[in-house]
Design a protein around this ligand. Structure first.
Ligand code: PBG
Length: 309
């Protein structure tokens, strides 16, 4: 009765990995319990998730290696796996929100989020490619675009392109404070970009984990450029950032409990070292306490089931 914060299924966005094929699910070894799904299985899983009260799904593609290129042009192909998944979802569960990442890494041979020139990911040409990717996803039916690339100025450019092409109602959830984190390792396995990235990293465009004021500046820029919602990522190691962002701006604020956070909890629980249900629910509630309006979590479906009792 006196609890200050509550967690409901309505707070959850469920990230799902998709690939080509039919009736085809593949385990992700570094994320025990998570599977990559073909679109028919995705439709079934999404129906179940929506029935549990989860309002939104976030799609991440594992792209066939033969379709990856230097410039990631498959991202703008209207028949790519992500567009197929969006259409399948909109047929199967029309009222469920569909959120898509905007970044080139699942589509590039080098696993970077943008285009490379002279050994660097270049900002402005990358933004043009991101706009093409955005419009492709939105025309397939995506409701929320979530630029996760961390280029400067991309929110304003994407907002402008959406308005110009008649997609004024599309929302932008900006990955505003996205850190160059070791916690993304299992995700890169899941979308098959680990091998492409090799020993490379994303520190020229993702944030330094040492910084906190910089996160506030990044969020301010994204809001001024037209972001409807902002995100902090990873989640648990950055709860201080969530709290600062919410206090400073009061805008809809989300955290991404990323793949490595999933792996830590799932791995420890599988070994009998932690009580899975207790820890999952405590971790998710911590985001609410830190001021977040919602959480992207691989535990979403499981947590919604716990909430049903
Ligand atoms: C792509 C992207 C990443 C994640 C979401 N979008 C990986 C990265 O930046 O390398 C990570 C999500 C997770 O670890 O669960 N830009």
């Amino acid at each position: 009765m006196v609890a200050e914060n509550t967690l409901t299924p309505n707070d959850l966005i469920w990230p799902v990995f998709v690939h080509e094929g039919k009736d085809h699910a593949v385990d992700i070894p570094s994320m025990p319990g998570v599977q990559r799904l073909s679109t028919d299985l995705l439709a079934k899983a999404a129906k179940e998730a929506y029935a549990l009260g989860i309002p939104c799904i976030a799609l991440f593609p594992a792209v066939d290696p033969s379709l990856k290129t230097e410039d990631g042009r498959e991202a703008a192909n209207p028949d790519n796996i992500i567009c197929k998944a969006i259409k399948t979802l909109k047929d199967a569960v029309p009222d469920m929100g569909v959120l898509c990442d905007v970044a080139l890494d699942p589509f590039t041979t080098h696993g970077q989020d943008g285009l490379i020139e002279n050994g660097y990911v270049v900002n402005d040409r990358t933004i043009d490619a991101l706009i093409a990717q955005t419009l492709n996803q939105v025309s397939a039916g995506c409701d929320i675009v979530a630029p996760s690339d961390m280029m400067d100025g991309r929110i304003g450019a994407i907002r402008g392109a959406l308005e110009q092409d008649g997609y004024a109602e599309t929302s932008i959830m900006a990955y505003s404070a996205k850190y160059a984190s070791g916690f993304y390792g299992p995700f890169r396995d899941a979308v098959g970009s680990t091998g492409n990235l090799g020993t490379g990293d994303k520190r020229t465009y993702q944030m330094n984990p040492a910084n906190s004021d910089e996160a506030i500046r990044e969020v301010a820029l994204d809001i001024s450029e037209g972001a409807d919602m902002v995100m902090v990522k990873p989640g648990m190691p950055y709860l201080d950032i969530c709290r600062r962002v919410k206090d400073e701006f009061g805008v809809p604020t989300f955290a991404y409990q990323v793949s490595g956070e999933y792996a830590m909890i799932a791995g420890a629980a599988d070994n009998g070292w932690l009580d899975r249900e207790k820890v999952v629910m405590e971790a998710l509630l911590s985001f609410k306490r830190a001021g977040c309006d919602g959480v992207l979590s691989y535990f979403s479906v499981e947590a919604a089931k716990y909430m049903q009792g």
